[in-house]
Design a protein around this ligand. Structure first.
Ligand SMILES: Nc1ncnc2c1ncn2[C@@H]1O[C@H](COP(=O)(O)OP(=O)(O)OP(=O)(O)O)[C@@H](O)[C@H]1O
Length: 276
C-alpha cells in the first residue's frame, strides 16, 4: 500500500495545518518508500527521489507545491510541468489514476513482480529497454501493465498505454490504439515511417515518455511495429531500438496473428512480429 500511503500523506499535508510534518515524514518514510526500496534496493538516493516525486504528484493534484512543506527537497526535474508543454503532453498528464490500481503493485505475484522490477529499473535509469510480456489469456499481463502505469504516472512521468485493437483500449487507463497515438499509416511496408513530424506535439510526447506499453503486439504486422521503430529513432535522434525508449510489448502469440487478407499461412507468419 505504499502508493496509497503517499496519497494519504499528501492529503494530510494539505488539510491538517498544525501537523509536525517533518516528524510524520521521519516516522512513515520507510513505509511510504517500501515499493521503491524493492526496485532500487542498492540506491537510497533513488528511493528518496522516487518517493518525493510521487508525493509531489499528489500535492500538485491538490494545487499545492512540495516546496511549501518541511520535507526533504526533491531534485529539480526540468522535464516536469513546464509551462510550454503542448496539448498532447497536457492531455497525457491529465490521465486519471484509477483508485483501484493504487494497490496493484502490492498484489503482484512472483512473475509479475520480477517483470515489474526489471522494467522500472530501466525506466528510472533511462537506459533503453525492450521487453515482451508473453502469457496466455488471463495470466495477469494487463494487471502488470496497470501496476506499471500507476507507478510511473504517480511520479508525474509520462507512460503511454497503447494497444493494437480498439477493443482492448478500454482496459488500460489512458489507452489509445497505437495507430492513433503514433499516427501510423494504414499501409505499412519495410520502408514506411509514421506521419508524426519531428516538430509535432506527438513527437514531443514521445521524447518525454519514460515508458511505452503496446498490448496485443502479436496482432500487429511486424512492418507496423518496425515503422514505429524507424520513426522513434528519427524523433529521438538515437539509433538504438525505438530511439532508446523503454518499450513493453505484450500479448499472446497463441491467440490472434496479424490479419493479412488472402494470404497463405507462410505470408501471415512472415508478417508477424516473430519475423522482425
Ligand atoms: N496479482 C494479481 N492479484 C490479483 N488479481 C490478479 C492478479 N493478476 C491478475 N489478476 C486478475 O486476474 C484476471 C486476469 O488478469 P489480466 O486481465 O491481467 O490477464 P491478461 O493476461 O491480460 O489476459 P488477456 O490476455 O485475456 O487480456 C483479472 O481479473 C485480474 O484483475
Amino acid at each position: 500500500m505504499p502508493l496509497a500511503l503517499r496519497n494519504l500523506f499528501a492529503t494530510i499535508l494539505v488539510h491538517c495545518n498544525s501537523m509536525d510534518v517533518r516528524k510524520m515524514w521521519d516516522t512513515y518514510y520507510e513505509d511510504m518508500s517500501e515499493d521503491f526500496r524493492r526496485i532500487h534496493d542498492n540506491s537510497p538516493a533513488t528511493q528518496l527521489q522516487c518517493t518525493l516525486k510521487s508525493i509531489k504528484y499528489f500535492l500538485e493534484s491538490m494545487s499545492k507545491r512540495i516546496q511549501n512543506f518541511d520535507i526533504p527537497t526533491a531534485n529539480q526535474d526540468l522535464d516536469n510541468n513546464s509551462l510550454s508543454e503542448c496539448r498532447e503532453i497536457i492531455e497525457e498528464r491529465s490521465t486519471k489514476i484509477p483508485a483501484e490500481d493504487f494497490d496493484a503493485q502490492s498484489k503482484l505475484n512472483a512473475a509479475q513482480e520480477q517483470a515489474f522490477k526489471t522494467i522500472l529499473q530501466r525506466v528510472d535509469s533511462g537506459i533503453v529497454g525492450l521487453f515482451f510480456v508473453d502469457g496466455p489469456g488471463g495470466t495477469g499481463k494487463t494487471f502488470l501493465y496497470r501496476a506499471l502505469l500507476v507507478n510511473v504516472r504517480s511520479r508525474s512521468m509520462i507512460a503511454l498505454a497503447t494497444t493494437t485493437s480498439g477493443v482492448a483500449v478500454a482496459i488500460l487507463p489512458g489507452g489509445r490504439t497505437a495507430h492513433s497515438k503514433f499516427d501510423i499509416p494504414l499501409q505499412t511496408t519495410d520502408t514506411t515511417i509514421t506521419n508524426m513530424s519531428k516538430q509535432s506535439g506527438s513527437a514531443k510526447l514521445i521524447r518525454k515518455a519514460k515508458l511505452i506499453i503496446w498490448d496485443e503486439a502479436p496482432m500487429a504486422k511486424r512492418q507496423t511495429i518496425e515503422t514505429v521503430d524507424r520513426s522513434f529513432r528519427d524523433i529521438m535522434d538515437n539509433d538504438e531500438p525505438f530511439g532508446g525508449k523503454v518499450m513493453v510489448f505484450g500479448g499472446d502469440f497463441r491467440q490472434v496473428l496479424p490479419v493479412v487478407p488472402k494470404s497463405t499461412r507462410a505470408e501471415t507468419i512472415n508478417a508477424s512480429l516473430v519475423k522482425s
